[in-house]
Design a protein around this ligand. Structure first.
Ligand code: GAL
Length: 681
């Protein structure tokens, strides 16, 4: 059985860099970690030179010494493959291992993640180092599992080296077979882009105003994802030969242009995530532009990692201020915020939390990215708070292995995610709706799951949701429609937003009446559509007395056979035209809404569809608190998290057990700034 995520208890860890510190610090550091409640450390993800200081010369003594000390002290270790930072001797002698900018200039040695997945030379070095590390270290008793690379696709998820072009051609040949079929898929008749041989095809290169063929870019994103998945598999296939029984393979973070589901299925036992909610406070943070949720918006990322395999771990949890010497600065967590953000991870399904990092680095780009301890290692407020978290973990341990509860699912597909990144129209409805639906979910205490539709998704897996929102199903397939129809017939409700069924899987618009493949299921005909003109202000829709907003883009709707008009536009030249259509199918129904979902709109949908605030009969809390639920055989647990710097008063309508104190609570309870509660129902 795996040491982590085995349903037994919630475990605390930290990230440690033995190569950054004098060896005399190792033993006292390990003692102090253990005394702080830290049982697991992650090491070695950036230390290739400690294993292979020169090409073909291997040294294992440094980490042997460290691992033996860990074993002696009783510290468990997650060991990493060091491939995120290829050594200087390699990049200098074999520059083809480097990634390149779109204009072909190579990213040189001196930062990190400067390699490309498709270089056959880098693949050879990687296979070799994985073999060496696996065969030498994997049997070490202190090791409990492995992390592949570090944050695959982080910082840079575009690859333009020559190796990438060669691999892209192979990817396309396997997909299309002939150049003619590629031309059809990419619609190269437009602007005379027709290819006459594979040799003319490249990864997207610098084009005028960057208006590169969108169907090509969509395939390129799929290619980047494929490259990253193959990269993870190359490493895990080797390590698996050497793993001790029960040891696991994971990797950390969720980044763009990567089908994390595929990577997790092919290569990982479970996924871990790196949680830095403080990025939402950072200066110039793009997170603050779309929502007022700040650090609470991070919960969406945790939902995203949970969507992969359910329970997950946190490989890097914020424990100090953010900051690189080149930017990303954010303040030190206020008293209580380390606990709050840790419990945010647990509340969303994590059973392992590892703090980044034990000591703050005194050197390099991350000198301002603080860990638990500052540069000198003196006792501080943050380590005292971590000790308090340790005590809380012991009290709440029974929640390990329980599952996050949600009645609402937000449907996502990788094709639509990627299309929304390259298509500004799709992008703007998508951003508005994700932010609107998620803000409403947070403020009304309506937990949601992200539900990825995959080729092998079965209607049975969708059954547990009362309502599924598919906000903008631009790229829609017949398989998805069939799946959703089965779910609806069985009693489910699917809500579509504007622009459904507009495109096929190549990203080309379908030559059909809209919403294309969704017409029969939704009983909806889209007769015309428009971007909401800037001088229109807010477009209102009256839904039996509920005023909702149809933001960004509006489809003009008409009901087809069996469907009914539920609401109409209130203004603009399409005033009076249907904006919301409902259709019953089997035991369930579909709703087609002509706009994007703002927070106000989403809130009305949650309420009218009967899924708002499912725990309201037990706990009511102000908007500033998040409420989530985990449940399983051991019981039902509610998390209440106060994200505000002010006190918040909650109401408990039934007696519940406060797991931190063991007391029974009922009636009004005032929560301190950033206070968290774990309540057994
Ligand atoms: C993570 C990364 C760590 C460290 C940290 C703070 O994304 O995995 O290595 O860089 O951010 O910047």
């Amino acid at each position: 059985m795996s040491y982590l995520l085995n349903g037994d208890r919630v475990i605390m860890g930290t990230d440690y860099y033995p190569e950054h510190w004098d060896e005399s610090l190792w033993a006292p550091d390990l003692d102090r970690m253990l005394e702080t409640g830290i049982e697991v450390i992650r090491i070695a993800e950036f230390s290739w030179n400690k294993f292979e200081p020169r090409e073909g010369e291997y040294t294992y003594e440094f980490f042997d010494r460290f691992l033996d000390l860990c074993q002696e002290k009783g510290m468990r270790v997650i060991f990493c493959t060091p491939t995120a930072t290829p050594p200087a001797w390699m990049t200098d002698k074999y520059p083809e291992v480097l990634n390149a900018r779109q204009d072909g200039v190579l990213y040189r040695h001196g930062a990190r993640r400067h390699y490309n997945y498709n270089s056959t030379i880098y693949q050879r070095f990687t296979r070799n180092i994985c073999e060496k590390l696996g065969s030498h270290y994997a049997r070490h008793p202190a090791i409990i599992g492995w992390q592949l690379d570090n944050e695959i696709n982080c910082e840079m998820n575009q690859f333009y080296s020559e190796s990438d072009t060669l691999a892209f051609r192979e990817f396309l040949k396997a997909k299309y077979g002939t150049v003619e079929k590629l031309n059809q898929a990419w619609g190269t008749a437009f602007w005379n882009q027709t290819y006459t041989s594979w040799g003319e095809v490249y990864v997207p290169r610098t084009t005028l105003s960057n208006n590169t063929n969108p169907h090509e870019v969509l395939d390129y994103k799929r290619f980047v994802s494929d490259s990253a998945c193959r990269w993870a598999k190359l490493q895990s296939d080797i390590l698996r030969k050497y793993l001790k029984p029960g040891d696991f393979i994971t990797t950390n973070g969720l980044f763009g242009d990567l089908d994390n589901h595929r990577m997790a299925e092919e290569s990982l036992d479970f996924m871990t995530y790196d949680s830095y909610p403080n990025m939402a406070y950072g200066l110039n943070s793009h997170f603050t532009e779309t929502t007022s949720l700040k650090d609470r918006f991070w919960s969406l990322n945790l939902d995203e990692v949970r969507a992969l395999k359910g329970t997950f771990g946190i490989m890097e949890q914020q424990s100090g201020a953010n900051g690189w010497n080149t930017g990303m600065e954010a303040p030190t967590p206020r008293p209580g915020q380390i606990t709050l953000w840790t419990m945010q991870s647990i509340a969303h399904g994590a059973d392992y939390v590892s703090y980044f990092r034990w000591r703050t680095s005194t050197m390099g780009t991350e000198i301002y990215w603080h860990g638990i301890l500052d540069y000198s290692g003196r006792e501080n407020r943050r380590i005292r708070e971590v000790r308090d978290v340790r005590d809380k973990f012991r009290k709440i341990s029974e929640i390990a292995g329980t599952q996050y509860q949600a009645q609402v699912g937000l449907i996502e597909t990788y094709d639509n995610k990627w299309d929304a990144e390259l298509d500004v129209w799709h992008g703007s409805v998508d951003r508005t709706s994700m932010s609107g639906l998620y803000s409403a979910s947070q403020h009304t205490h309506t937990p949601v799951d992200l539900v990825y539709l995959r080729d092998d998704t079965k209607a049975d897996q969708l059954k547990k949701y009362k309502v599924l929102f598919y906000p903008h199903a631009e790229i829609l397939t017949q398989a998805q429609v069939d799946l959703l129809e089965e779910y609806v017939k069985d009693g489910g409700t699917v809500v579509f937003g504007c622009r459904a069924g507009l495109k096929d899987v190549t990203g080309k618009c379908v030559q059909q009446d809209l919403p294309g493949l969704a017409r029969t299921l939704t009983g909806t005909d889209v007769t015309e559509f428009t971007l909401v003109a800037p001088d229109e202000g807010t477009i209102h829709v009256n839904w039996d007395g509920d005023d909702i907003e149809a933001a960004v883009f509006n489809d003009e709707l008409q009901p087809l056979e069996g469907a009914t008009v539920l609401a109409r536009y209130e203004n603009s030249y399409y005033k009076g035209v249907p904006a919301l259509i409902g259709k019953k199918t089997g035991k369930g129904r579909t709703l087609y809404f002509g706009g994007a979902f703002t927070e106000k709109t989403a809130e009305v949908f949650f309420r009218r569809l009967g899924v708002i605030a499912p725990a309201a009969d037990i706990v009511e809390a102000p908007e500033g608190c998040e409420i989530t639920e985990r449940a399983g055989e051991k019981g039902r647990y509610l998390f209440v998290l106060n994200y505000e710097k002010t006190e918040q008063t909650i109401k408990l309508h039934k007696p519940v057990k406060d797991l931190y104190t063991g007391e029974t609570l009922q009636g009004e309870k005032t929560m301190k700034p950033y206070e968290t509660l774990v309540l057994k129902v």
